[in-house]
Design a protein around this ligand. Structure first.
Ligand code: 8IG
Length: 275
């Protein structure tokens, strides 16, 4: 396996966007959607599928590694084309995780490709552990901010990107118009792939975290660097380690996703056309 980073990840993303336009027949996409654990069933009713390709057909992508993540990119038409309100949505049915060891550039290549393909907005979804008892498995939570515990950045060199309002207040407000019951919280990215110890969950709480996961923050930073507006939505699929007293397992995550699929699908279906 080649762990080398390409010398110019932005050029690689441009190249991938060119092949994407050819393969989908869509010159420019408007919005990118990255699906996390448990979110795949939610995208099926989102809109008319105009093309679906394997990520590995595009330069710079490697095969998906996690069960429940399929390595495909779907191009969808969401909304009614006759009203002029329809959007070309680029849905990544899988993502590359930091814990795969392919490097940070590989983690954010999808987001950079989406930006190069014309997307001005990215919706980053994930499955995660929740620190509030009231967030039972299947609860969607808007990400208000993050704490990146990977200690890494997708940016190399002296580009000092402002992250003050990384997770768009405008888009969160729009989500709340669609569903006023949506709560929000601070997402803490641990490197993974192991889940946390109860003591680490105590630390996450002490530093201001409400959600714990293994994705999203590096992609959000790359998206901001590329000038995109970012919406983050976590699906709480399990209570964080030590809270329920039960051990954590990946099957539970997939089950919670399947159970919440229709609510998440409806949520995305109502939000995406309004962005
Ligand atoms: I789904 O409890 C899912 N992903 N780090 N902790 C971390 N990642 C997760 C968890 C969790 N649940």
């Amino acid at each position: 396996m080649n762990h080398e980073q390409p010398s110019d990840p932005y050029a690689l993303a441009q190249e991938a966007a060119g092949v994407l336009a050819d393969r989908t027949g869509v010159e420019r996409h408007d919005l990118a959607l990255v699906l996390g654990s448990g979110w795949l069933p939610a995208v099926d009713a989102l809109g008319e599928v105009t093309a679906e390709i394997a990520t590995t057909d595009l330069p710079g992508f490697t095969a998906a590694a996690v069960a429940g993540h399929s390595g495909r990119i779907r191009s969808l038409r969401v909304g009614d084309p006759s009203t002029g309100q329809s959007k070309h949505v680029l849905a990544f049915l899988s993502r590359t995780h930091y814990y795969e060891g392919r490097g940070v550039a590989a983690v954010v290549h999808g987001v950079r490709t989406a930006a190069a393909a014309g997307c001005s907005t990215v919706v980053l979804t994930n499955g995660c552990g929740g620190l509030k008892e009231g967030w039972t498995p299947g609860t969607p939570v808007l990400i208000s901010d993050h704490i990146n515990l990977t200690g890494r950045s997708p940016i190399v060199g002296p580009t000092f990107v402002d992250l003050t309002d990384l997770y768009s207040g405008r888009l969160r407000a729009l989500c709340r118009e669609v569903d006023p019951t949506l709560d929000e919280g601070v997402y803490v990215q641990f490197p993974g792939p192991h889940y946390e110890t109860p003591a680490e969950i105590g630390m996450a709480r002490a530093i201001g975290g409400h959600l714990v996961g293994m994705s999203t923050t590096l992609e959000a930073i790359a998206a901001r660097e590329a000038g995109m507006e970012v919406l983050g939505i976590s699906l709480v699929t399990n209570l964080a380690a030590g809270i329920s007293g039960e051990p954590l397992n990946h099957e539970e995550v997939l089950d919670a996703g399947r159970a919440a699929a229709s609510r998440m699908g409806e949520l995305l279906g109502r939000i995406v056309p309004r962005i």
